[in-house]
Each structure stands twice: as C-alpha cells, then as structure tokens.
Design a protein around this ligand. Structure first.
Ligand code: 5RP
Length: 212
C-alpha cells in the first residue's frame, strides 16, 4: 500500500470536478486526500453528497456544504476508493463499512471515478474478504447461506454501520463471476448491501495519477 499513490489519485480526481458541481464523495484514506484537494476549490462547487458520517465530518471541517441526495437528484460525478479492482473496473468495497451509502451514490451518479493505489489491482476479486452489510437479526441466516456457497463468513464484531447494521466479511471466495454473485447474494433476505460493485462498476480508475 502506498500513501503517496493514494494522495496522487485523490489529487488527480480533481480534474473531473466541473464548476458548480455537486460531487458525490466516498469514504476512506484515499478519499481523504480527495476531500483535502476539493477544499481548495470549495468556492467553485455547490457542495457534496457524502457516503458516511466520517466523510461528512471531514467535508464540514474543510467548509464544503454537505447536501442530501434526495434534494440534489442525480449527480454527474462520484469519487471513491476501493479495496480491490479488476481489469474490468469491477470492485470490492466496504473495508470502511460504508458500502451501502457508497453503492447508492454510485448508482445515482453518471460517472464513477475510482481512486486507488496499485496494491488494489487484482486479476481475480476475492483475496480481500468481501464485506456484506446485514440486518443484525439476519446475521446467522446470512452466514449459513454464505457457507452453502463455499464462503467463510466472519462477523466484523463491534462494528455498527452508519445505518445501524452489522458487517460480515466473507473469506475464501475467488470471484470468477462478480455480477452473478452480486445478483445471487442480493436475493438473500437480511442482506442490505453486497460490497461487490460489478453490476455498476467504476467508469474511470485512477491508479495514483495514472488512468488505468
Ligand atoms: C469504504 C471503502 C473504501 O473505499 C475502501 O475501504 C478503500 O479505503 P482506503 O482508501 O482507505 O484504502 O470501500 O467502505
């Protein structure tokens, strides 16, 4: 993992921000560099839609207005990091437990610019345990369904998401069909969000300051 590449990626994403924009903002240490760079342009943008309480606090600290997605409507741009990224710009996300709001904003945005360091690039998704946000009472049910599918579910004990839910990290999956697995898991009652971004992958991936 390279903090320098994360900073480069966060700063490079600024070139996608247009005057007057409302920018969708993800969560994590790479996005933190983006927010710091966005602060320099704060008089040129209308505000941001935030994917987590963590990013909301950061945005407010640097003086960027945080807006409600219900009020803004669709966005032109979403900028977020990832835990893994394959050659088709399909992602694993949710290492920071913000996957649900991240997926909502990605879906609402015309362009998703993903910012990563080179350690996140993989041939096959799944070495990073797949985060799944679940309604608390469904934790065991979802765990059993994952075991049936050959995964090893590990409860992220002590973590409560911004939505009041829990996270299961699935180890041991080599994900050959990310869109198929995403669709399959989405049918299990109690799963709120699967941290696979395959049905709606990134549009642009910046690895450091380089477009993938
Ligand atoms: C949070 C995420 C993050 O984008 C992901 O965990 C990458 O974080 P970082 O930039 O700190 O490596 O999905 O839920």
């Amino acid at each position: 993992m390279s903090a320098n590449e994360k900073r480069q990626a966060g700063e490079a994403a600024i070139r996608y921000v247009e005057n007057g924009a409302i920018v969708g903002v993800g969560t994590g240490s790479t996005v933190a560099f983006f927010i710091d760079a966005l602060a320099d342009l704060k008089d040129r943008i209308e505000g941001a839609v935030s994917s987590s309480e963590q990013s909301t606090a950061h945005l407010k600290r640097v003086g960027i207005p945080v807006l409600d997605l219900n009020a803004t409507g669709a966005l032109n741009l979403y900028v977020d990091g990832a835990d893994e990224c394959d050659a088709h710009k399909r992602l694993i996300k949710g290492g920071g437990a913000a996957l649900t709001r991240e997926k909502i904003i990605a879906e609402a945005s015309a362009k998703f610019v993903c910012i990563i360091d080179s350690s996140k690039q993989v041939n096959l998704l799944g070495k990073f345990p797949l985060p799944i946000e679940v309604i608390p009472m469904a934790r065991s049910l979802v765990g059993r369904e994952i075991v049936k599918r050959g995964g090893n579910p590990v409860w992220r004990d002590g973590v409560v998401t911004d939505n009041g839910n829990w996270v299961i990290d699935v180890h041991g999956w080599q994900i050959a069909d990310p869109a198929g697995l995403e669709k399959d898991l989405n049918q299990i009652p109690g799963i709120v969000t699967v941290g696979l971004f395959a049905r709606r992958p990134a549009d642009v991936v910046l690895v450091g300051d380089r477009v993938m």
